[in-house]
Each structure stands twice: as C-alpha cells, then as structure tokens.
Design a protein around this ligand. Sequence first.
Ligand code: ZN
Length: 133
Amino acid sequence: MGYMKEKVAYLRGLADGMEIGGDAQSKLLLAMIETMDEMAGTIDENEEAIIELDECIDDICDELSDIDECLDALVDDEGCDCCGEDFEDDFVEVECPHCGETVYFDQGMLESDEALICPNCNEPVIPKAGDEE
Ligand SMILES: [Zn+2]
C-alpha cells in the first residue's frame, strides 16, 4: 500500500472508531473519505509511475554516456572500451603498387577472397604477404 493510501486508511479507521451514524454530516464525512481514498490511489499510482520513469531515464542517460564514450573513442581512432571494438587492429595500411598511395583496408576485407581495389586509382591492390600475423 502506498503512503497516501495508508493515510486514508487511518482516517477510515478513525471514522469507524467514532461509530458515526446515518446523519447528513456523517454521510459527508464518509463520502469525503471515499473520495480521498480514490485520490490517494491515483496519487500512489502516479508516484510509482514517476519512479519507473525516473529509472528509465537513468538507464537512457547511462546508455547515452556509453555512446558518447564510444564516439569519443572513434574520433580518437582508439579502441572502444564500452563495445569492445578495437579500431586500430581492424584496419590494415597498404601501399598501392600502382599509384603509391597509402590506403586502408578492413581486416575482414583482407581475409575475404574479394579483390581489394585501390580507392585512389581503382586498380587491384595485393597486400604484401607476411605483413600480417
Ligand atoms: Zn592506387
């Protein structure tokens, strides 16, 4: 039971203890307690909803700060602690034998059978064997 509900339950208990009869004032008093009980229910529900929302917002804030750290790591071209990605190891530097330009390839691209195309001169690039472990 929520805090407000408890307060109204106490009032109801007091009213019961007074053994109030069926006169107009007693009816009004009981009707007021009834109304307060409904209001208390709504207030307690709202309070719970607010607490839930608050926790939700906390989670979102944590996520955002993780994303922020992740973005910082990307900008710094360093590994990311939060998502486990290590950007430094993912790219391999290759000098194009055709135009001499230094180009970068994803580790996954090197391991696949697909031909690597130099983005500078559009010629196929063959990375030197033994460069990578
Ligand atoms: Zn090239």
